[in-house]
Ligand binder design. Sequence first.
Ligand SMILES: NC(=O)c1ccc[n+]([C@@H]2O[C@H](COP(=O)([O-])OP(=O)(O)OC[C@H]3O[C@@H](n4cnc5c(N)ncnc54)[C@H](O)[C@@H]3O)[C@@H](O)[C@H]2O)c1
Length: 508
Amino acid sequence: MSRSLTRMGIVGTGVMGAGIAQIAAQAGLEVYLFDSREGLASAARDGLGNTLEKLASKGKISSDSARAALSRLKVVESMEGLADCDVVVEAIIENLEIKRDLFAALEEVVTSDCLLATNTSSLSVTSIASGLRMPSRVAGFHFFNPVPLMKVVEVIGGIDTDAATVDALLELAQRLGHTGVRAKDTPGFIVNHAGRAYSTEGLKILEEGVARPEDIDRILREGAGFRMGPLELFDLTGLDVSHPAMESIYEQFYHDPRYRPSYISRQMLKGGRLGRKTGTGFYQYEAGKKDASPTQPVPRVDSLPPVWVGCSDSAVHREVGSLLDSLGGKVEGGERPSDEALCLLLPFGDDAVSASVRFSSDPARTVCLDASIDLARHRTLMATQVTRREMLDAAHAMMSTDGVGVTVIRDSVGFVAQRVLASVVNLACEIAQRQIASPGDIDKAVRLGLNYPQGPLQWGDALGAKRILAILERMLELTGDPRYRPSAWLRRRAVLGLSLSSQEPSVC
Ligand SMILES: NC(=O)c1ccc[n+]([C@@H]2O[C@H](COP(=O)([O-])OP(=O)(O)OC[C@H]3O[C@@H](n4cnc5c(N)ncnc54)[C@H](O)[C@@H]3O)[C@@H](O)[C@H]2O)c1
């Protein structure tokens, strides 16, 4: 039976503890703040007083509710002050032994029906709860920073957690104005697991020398619709936080290549290039402002050759044909290109060389365009190692005619956006396949926790499960890297023509 949780204890009143305390007090809970460092809980309360006052002066909340929320925040000087709480949320340092000691001490203080929650982002909830007298009442309650703005919380049951504990925390999440998602106790839970695809694939593209950081970020921002590119995101978060997180997930999954981090971020971390906080990362920062990254200049060309388009998908072929018409290109209609034609190929998963083999085009006249992304927003081109310069320049100039950004990258499998999107969708499928969370919760968690424009499974459906599968299979074949092996969830649904969000019927 669900019970109303009205008194919340917060242990650790740093960044996360204070954020959780704020939303709980605003939602009407009595909140008791405790920090082992003297004065920090009071400082957190003072800080929250200022925050609430600012919200009121901006008209976001009324002065009365700001005052009422502040009056519900109470500082306690020792853990014993948490004795009457219905739920205690731990947000202390990310260290297993210290957290285990804390929970053991808490168990001596609180009543037997008090729920115990941990905000850990990388430790196992099961490990934190093991050895306690009542591990059934311990669950993960994983918020994101900044808590009041990131409206999602993962609720994680360990192997001994009662279903009622998870249900009560999901209900509490809703009262706090957050979307609660249910996740199994696995490395990275949902969000930090799913996020590995974007971050590590971005680094891998850089490692392979496919494009400059600014080009990779721009393609993914403008073309694919991500709010930030992966490399600028590293700079914002700081490699001191991101790189160890990547290594930790990789270790916890026993070196599964899907999670492989990069020597680039490791070296930058060792060299102190952490990102914005050190003034240098993938970009340079002056007084906190990113240096302007020059875009690639559009070449001047006197005349454009006719264009022959090669694509295995007739709808995409037609779409690019009409785009070229609108750009003033002379599109050839024949089965084969004429001798003067620029061969514009639209491959999925191939590099330019294998695409030219697939379409039997002259590699010296072959240029590839990534048709997996919104071509009204950005265009990515790549050529073979023997493509004539005038052919690449012509393609670049033609694609720039209407002012839409064009990026030329080095020949590589799956361009930039294709391989990143395929990796993002594939990893979300793997999370669903392992039943770490339901498809609906995976989409909600990733959209809200990582600010992706869509949930990854929904996105996969929009791009086409068959298309994603084809990209991954081709990349796997060309690179031999098991990182690109398609998830069974993706393959089976692509074959059956099912939505990636479709649940599996229960077999027992
Ligand atoms: N910062 C983030 O972006 C973020 C996001 C999600 C989850 N988390 C997790 O939340 C937890 C807290 O992170 P944070 O960024 O708020 O840390 P923080 O360093 O800002 O705050 C931690 C607080 O805990 C106190 N503390 C340490 N040991 C204690 C103990 N034994 N008893 C009582 N208080 C103790 C410290 O004095 C400090 O005030 C960690 O588990 C972290 O992994 C952090």
